[in-house]
Design a protein around this ligand. Structure first.
Ligand code: FSX
Length: 286
């Protein structure tokens, strides 16, 4: 489907992550992502994994310079202004502040982010890596942080580190539910005041614990706890973190509303929380 252009653009950057945030968005339904973006008249103008310029060597640039052409297009779009920025993946600062990880062309992702961030009318940090550092931060390889937080610390997030001052909304999840992104984008474009919690998450989606409306809540209240993974009762004794995770997964559900982790038989791992994954491991206690 062609995206109807309205002058509002979405630029989507990808740093240190697994690509699951993009995969989750592309798997969204009701409506799927192109229809949803069309409805809110937002043009997906830049996404280096989906756009035609990715990895094209039209100018004879040497191997390893993949990303050169997409970087040129990004610079043009940043100069033109009028965009919302989605950041997927954490922002590596190492080694020694050079940020030489997640290179596109010869440019570190840190530099790409710093060039694009100041002109954004709003930045949405998509996924737990972009929101808080997530698994990328936990690996302790690249000194990677989230956009406005590193774990629970604002002082160590990329915005504070690099002296940036944009409005940032966190849409965590490893990966995030596509609804959380698309509905946040719709709110931002409509000029709504998005109410967020202490960790920058929209309260509309991250306002209550998974435990409160967990499909297995009745079993918890009757003290029916599973000791194996196929009994169908509460997963608390198996390491479930639903009491500590704030997200509407039980009511919104995933995969077109069909399921969510604790319904499907897997304990919640609290992937939306700022301290994920470190504070929630081991994920399973059996
Ligand atoms: Fe992180 Fe995105 Fe987890 Fe992956 O790229 S939030 S590792 S599901 O998908 O950044």
């Amino acid at each position: 489907a062609a995206i109807e252009k309205s002058g509002k653009r979405l630029l989507w950057l990808r740093g240190s992550g697994c690509g699951g945030c993009t995969a989750s968005m592309l798997s969204g339904g009701n409506p799927e992502v192109l229809t949803a973006l069309n409805k809110i008249k937002l043009e997906l103008a830049y996404h280096d994994g989906l756009m035609g310029q990715q990895g094209v060597f039209v100018d004879g640039s040497p191997a390893g310079d993949s990303g050169h052409n997409s970087n040129i297009r990004l610079d043009e779009l940043v100069d033109e202004g009028g965009y919302v920025l989605v950041v997927e993946g954490a922002i590596p600062n190492g080694p020694e502040g050079s940020g030489r990880y997640c290179m596109s062309g010869a440019t570190p992702f840190k530099q790409i982010f710093m060039n694009a961030a100041p002109g954004a009318s709003c930045i949405i940090a998509l996924g737990t890596c972009a929101s808080y550092g997530g698994i990328s931060r936990s690996l302790k390889v690249a000194d990677a942080t989230g956009v406005s937080f590193s774990g629970t610390s604002r002082m160590e997030g990329a915005m504070a580190r690099y002296g940036l001052n944009n409005n940032v909304i966190n849409v965590p999840g490893c990966p995030p539910n596509p609804d959380w992104l698309l509905l946040t984008l719709a709110d931002v474009l409509s000029g709504a005041d998005v109410e967020v919690d202490a960790y920058g998450r929209p309260k509309a989606f991250f306002g209550s614990a998974v435990h409160e409306s967990c499909p297995r809540r009745g079993a918890f209240d009757r003290a029916l706890r599973d000791d194996g993974f196929s009994e169908g009762n509460c997963l608390y004794n198996l390491g479930c973190k639903g009491t500590l995770a704030f997200a509407d997964c039980p009511t919104r559900r995933w995969n077109d509303g069909g399921s969510m982790c604790t319904q499907s038989g897997g304990p919640c791992v609290a992937c939306v929380e700022p301290s994920f994954p470190d504070a929630f491991m081991p994920f399973f206690s059996k």
